[in-house]
Design a protein around this ligand. Structure first.
Ligand code: ADP
Ligand code: MG
Length: 496
């Protein structure tokens, strides 16, 4: 019997889980680790290496090794220009189009790279379950827009998986903690992973989840801590060195490695020894204390509190009204993170479940619900960003406001601005700005021909339908002629 699995497709690490005998469990082949690093590396002979081995080889083939591919999912060149400057990747693709990254001898799109990771997880699950796995629930950060969700679906499909649901990561975390069994409560899920930060405010009532608000930062995570620590080490090494040190990809990879090791060591120890090798010599040797590290990273961690404040504001709640806080993501192991989050919400955050595994376990619970094994749970989710259309003069009219519960459908009437206008341009946008051009363009289509008549007389009905995955369908209809167009919003950077 094919089974449905839950997958946490992380920026840094990915995991697969399933409910077995009523209990969610991480799946991995005997002897293998439960986490698959989200790293894909191209060998000179054209083959691909995925996961642990690819991660080990970062230093060896830095330019052929892609990590953090999730940061590129569903985004075009302009979106990631800043990010590309910091990474050693060779890319291809024009502005507004899909980006391709060089992985050894191949050029691959982000969904293709993610598909390699998903294929590995699928294989792990099949090994562990000893059965075929063809369906999955895949999680995404709550802040992912339509294009990023669609790209994740595409990746699943490329890996030979039918994606039954795209689920928000913090919602999955609530399921893993079994919060549905609380009769009533308001929860915050604080997720600081390798590449992204998410905060979600959820309410549970009578076994039903409702996400009241989500917020976050798609460019903030453990990688950024590593980069910051690495910069400090590099500066120090330069000061100790007679000649300027080159910022080669090998040097950057070495810095990342040394910094992450020091950071992880300091979650348990009060001090650790750092040794940085490069240019075939020892460039830096020093002791780093937890106190010093905390001084460095405090501003980055403080940055996560601003999205927390915004989410609370959207949910119309005060920090002290949150009953429980759940910690998710490897970076929440950092003691300073736990301390600052606890102080902010004025409570001791939950850390009983392994923060790396929480999301995959929750995805498995959702998979079990969709497989029809659980009838006691219902899940309501919200859309992270407003959706609307461009109006006359470059304005923006919201159809579905941010944090609306999905699935949902909204109908609105629009009209023409010019006498005898024969077509209406429907420009679908996502975002919060009142100027159309400042939001993200999702799609554009022309409705017509419409009956000639004076400006303001036409009645154009526009319907926005958002499905349970947060994927949008738009239709427009001229009520007089009955001319209609329906459109599945396929974002421009989606798969062709
Ligand atoms: P993602 O959801 O982005 O895939 P994870 O939840 O797997 O990420 O978290 C990965 C991050 O957690 C990495 O930046 C890693 O350095 C960090 N991390 C893992 N263990 C620890 C630890 N003990 N202390 C500090 N950071 C840690
Ligand atoms: Mg994660």
């Amino acid at each position: 019997m094919p089974r449905v699995v839950g997958i946490d497709l992380g920026t840094t690490n990915s995991l697969v889980a399933a409910v077995i005998d009523g209990r969610a469990q991480i799946l991995h082949p005997e002897g293998a680790s439960s986490m698959v690093p989200s790293v894909v590396s191209g060998r000179p002979d054209g083959t691909l290496v995925i996961g642990d081995r690819a991660r080990e080889e970062v230093g060896q083939f830095p330019q052929d090794t892609i990590f953090s591919a999730k940061r590129f999912m569903g985004r075009d060149r302009a979106d990631v220009a800043d990010l590309l400057e910091k990474l050693p990747y060779e890319t291809m693709g024009k502005a507004g189009g899909q980006i391709r990254l060089r992985v050894g001898k191949q050029w691959m799109t982000p969904p293709q790279i993610s598909a390699e990771i998903l294929r590995t997880l699928k294989r792990h699950a099949e090994d562990a379950l000893d059965s075929l796995v063809e369906q999955a629930v895949i999680t995404v950060p709550a802040y992912f827009n339509d294009g990023q969700r669609q790209a994740t679906r595409d990746a699943g499909q490329l890996a030979g998986l039918e994606v039954l649901r795209i689920l928000n990561e913090p919602t999955a975390a609530c399921l893993a903690y079994g919060l549905q069994e609380k009769r009533e409560g308001t929860f915050a899920v604080y997720d600081l992973g390798g590449g992204t930060f998410d905060i979600s405010i959820l309410r549970v009532e009578g076994g039903v989840f409702e996400v009241l608000a989500t917020n976050g930062d798609t460019e903030l995570g453990g990688d950024d801590l590593d980069r910051l620590i690495g910069e400090k080490f590099f500066e120090e090494a330069c000061r100790n060195h007679p000649k300027p040190l080159p910022r080669t990809p090998e040097m950057m990879a070495m810095l990342r490695h040394v910094s992450e090791e020091a950071k992880i060591a300091l979650t348990h120890e009060k001090e650790t020894t750092v040794r940085l090798y490069g240019c075939e010599q020892l460039l830096l040797e020093r002791t780093l204390t937890r106190v010093e590290l905390e001084e460095w990273i405090r501003p980055l961690i403080a940055r996560t509190l601003e999205p927390c404040r915004k989410a609370l504001e959207d949910a119309d709640l005060l920090a002290e009204e949150i009953d429980e806080v759940i910690m998710v993501g490897g970076s929440t192991r950092v003691p300073l993170v736990r301390k600052m989050v606890g102080e902010y919400f004025e409570c001791e955050p939950h850390v009983e479940l392994n923060p790396d595994e929480v999301v995959a376990l929750g995805a498995a619970v959702q998979a079990d619900i969709l497989a029809g094994n659980r009838r006691d749970l219902l899940l309501l989710d919200v859309t992270p960003l407003s959706l609307g259309i461009e109006t006359y003069g470059g304005g923006y009219s919201r159809m579905i406001p941010r944090n609306a519960t999905v699935p949902c459908s909204v109908t609105d009437l629009y009209t023409t601005f010019v006498d005898n206008q024969s077509h209406v341009d429907v420009h679908v946008l996502q975002g919060e700005h009142e100027i159309a051009a400042r939001n993200r363009s999702l799609a554009r289509f022309k409705l017509g021909p419409i009956a000639p008549m004076p400006a303001g007389f036409a009645r154009i009905e526009v319907i926005f339908t958002l499905d349970a995955d947060g994927i949008l369908k738009v239709s427009a209809k001229d009520q007089r002629t009955g001319t209609a167009q329906a459109f599945d919003v396929k974002p421009p950077s989606g798969m062709t």
